[in-house]
Design a protein around this ligand. Structure first.
Ligand code: 13P
Ligand code: SF4
Length: 299
């Protein structure tokens, strides 16, 4: 039997829904019920009535799904798929700044461990961070763990003072403006579309900055025919599907962890119930409050 048919049959047997991030391999995006950015997938996980969620993403995404919808079983095709940035802040940094700075909100990017979320006031994703930070009453913001997304939001909300834990995405942060400009020289009419996890010098030479979903929406509407894409090249699958006739030039590295989500992994976790996300009750409870606050403030 073709592996796609096997997955379809197992999905029915297990009353499962398959969620995949835009960075998952093309063939996995093709069989998923929902494909999207982190915010879209968190909302989809929170409201699904399926008994089992198969999350084709990285570990913090599976954790967030479990926290937001704890009565569902959450399976991941490869539990070792992790986001390096998710660990780039410490409890000590948070507790120290809470003592030192008054009128402080700890704003935590969803690309973080559940433990860090549990110490934070609100969670954000790249598609809702600006709106949520603006809505906070506090003047001072500790933005963890991504300093690049944080400094981008700081440039949009200059009335607030930002502090950082110093984390970064190893896939996006090593892309340099000279790489983008070299591509631009080869394709002078191309628009530059950039994820806010990129460094400031790359954002500065971009025509549009936004989450994976926002980049796709922008490319669909834009009058341009060519685009230089400064985010993980997995987004090209959806970009090409939605923008027939347009041409995309990826410049970013691949996220190796996202590519751990294979069709075989999807089949096997459904077949054996393997790769289950299991969390401690207290850890889930602490992280649920700021995650639910995100859903509320982003409405
Ligand atoms: P999005 O929220 O834009 O999908 O980004 C997730 C991510 O991990 C980017 O590296
Ligand atoms: Fe994490 Fe970067 Fe991979 Fe996104 S691309 S999951 S931020 S390592």
């Amino acid at each position: 039997m073709d592996i796609r048919e096997e997955i379809r049959a197992l999905k029915e047997r297990e009353q499962a829904v398959i969620l995949a991030h835009y960075y998952a391999p093309d063939e996995v995006q093709a069989i998923a019920d929902y494909v999207g950015d982190s915010f879209f997938l968190a909302k989809a996980a929170a409201k699904t009535e399926a008994k089992t969620i198969v999350f084709c993403g990285v570990h913090f995404m599976g954790e967030s799904a479990k926290i937001l919808n704890p009565s569902r079983r959450v399976l991941m095709p490869d539990l070792s798929a992790d986001c390096a940035m998710a660990h780039m802040a410490t409890a000590e940094q948070i507790l120290k700044l809470r003592e030192e700075v008054r009128d402080l909100a700890v704003v935590c990017y969803i690309n973080s461990t559940a433990a860090l979320k549990g110490l934070s006031d609100v969670i954000v994703t790249s598609s809702n961070a600006e709106k949520i930070v603006r809505a906070l009453k506090e003047k001072n913001i500790l933005f963890i763990p991504d300093q690049n997304l944080g400094s981008y939001i700081a440039s949009k909300v200059p009335e607030k003072t930002f502090y950082y834990s110093g984390g970064y995405c190893p896939v996006h942060a090593f892309l340099l403006a000279k790489d983008v400009l070299a591509e631009k020289k080869a394709h002078p009419k191309a628009e530059v579309l950039t994820h806010p996890e990129c460094i400031g010098e790359v954002r500065a030479v971009s025509d549009f900055i936004g989450s994976t979903a926002d980049i796709i929406k922008y490319a669909e509407k834009s009058g341009a025919d060519e685009f230089i894409v400064c985010t993980e090249p997995g987004v090209l699958y959806e970009l090409k599907a939605r923008c027939a006739g347009k041409v995309f030039y990826p410049v970013s590295m691949v996220c190796a962890d996202m590519k751990k989500n294979t069709l075989e992994g999807v089949r096997d976790c459904l077949l054996h119930g393997s790769g289950e996300v299991v969390m401690r009750e207290e850890e889930m409870e602490a992280a649920r409050r700021p995650l639910e606050r995100m859903l509320e403030l982003a409405k």
